[in-house]
Design a protein around this ligand. Structure first.
Ligand code: NAP
Length: 269
């Protein structure tokens, strides 16, 4: 499906970004991978090459517009085209709004989760138009519904979702597809470890259990690559959460009760 496709992935040094890189590499894609941790990114590059793909690293920070420009430049220099951008780099939080001690947490979440995608997409867009390619936003179910203890994260993912919904109409006639991936909890990533706590510091290793609804990285990759191949506009993982989105439209107070119960259970675990 993706042999020889030139694809950019942000946040590729760990978690879902690293897993997507390896899944695409196994199909022979040509990858340009960005993250801040050079050593971890290099390990992913080597893992991609081992399974038969081409991969190169761009050590950079998505909050810096010039690093977004560099991502596009490096991909073009090596591969001559850009067929896809997966905006995956992300950061989370776990704290009540009124317990957050440093409001810069909210700016930081917006800078990584929303502006980070804009910084990488804007320079890539002319090349996505040339290839009639695809923008994939790794969003969250929290891009459509609110979740307690995540106010800043929810706001940043709603912003990303709004970008996708407006952009999709703008670029449809240029043949560029826009896919938003609405994920529930994933197992096997470092999102919680790096999430901001109330003091603005990373939470570190937590004993909090994952919800029984969480999905594994392999399954997430199969579903996301399938949706990319079909050029879908949005996927919800796991798909049964679509029902929650439906309830949220028709009876938002019922959806809120379900979400509060689920988050309350996780907080007690
Ligand atoms: N895990 C879940 O349950 C879950 C649920 C819904 C949605 N998601 C979304 O899935 C995406 C991937 O998250 P994950 O769970 O795989 O988390 P993860 O394991 O913590 O990986 C996050 C990645 O983002 C990179 N990153 C963070 N800040 C960055 C920055 N300023 N510039 C460049 N790269 C940066 C990290 O690399 P460096 O630290 O090396 O820069 C890392 O590679 C995120 O957008 C997240 O919101 C995750």
């Amino acid at each position: 499906m993706f042999a020889d496709r030139s694809i950019l992935i942000t946040g590729a040094s760990a978690g879902l970004g690293a897993a997507l890189a390896q899944a695409l590499a196994a199909q022979g894609a040509r990858l340009t991978l960005m993250a801040r941790r050079a050593d971890r990114l290099q390990e992913v590059v080597e893992a991609c090459q081992e399974v038969g793909g081409k991969a190169q690293a761009v050590v950079g920070d998505v909050t810096q517009p010039e690093d977004g420009v560099r991502l596009t430049q490096v991909a073009l220099e090596a591969y001559g085209a850009i067929d896809g951008l997966i905006a995956n780099a992300g950061l989370s939080m776990w704290a009540r709004f009124d317990e957050v001690e440093d409001v810069s947490v909210f700016r930081r979440l917006m800078e990584v989760n929303y502006l980070g995608a804009v910084h990488c997409l804007h320079p890539a867009m002319p090349h996505l138009k040339k290839s009639r390619g695809m923008f994939v936003a790794i969003s969250s179910i929290q891009g459509r519904i609110g979740v307690p203890h995540h106010t800043g994260y929810v706001a940043s993912k709603h912003a990303l979702q709004g970008l996708c919904d407006a952009l999709r109409m703008e670029v449809a006639d240029d043949g560029v597809a826009v896919l938003s991936v609405l994920l529930h909890w994933l197992r096997g990533t470092e999102l919680r470890e790096h999430a901001f706590g109330a003091d603005g510091e990373a939470m570190g290793t937590s004993r909090r259990k994952h919800s029984s609804e969480s999905i594994g990285l392999d399954e997430a990759c199969v579903q996301i690559l399938g949706a990319m191949d079909r050029r879908e506009r949005e996927i919800v993982l796991p798909w049964k959460l679509k029902a929650l989105l439906g309830v949220n439209v028709l009876r938002p107070q019922w959806a809120e009760a379900l979400v509060r119960r689920a988050v309350g259970k996780q907080s007690r675990d």
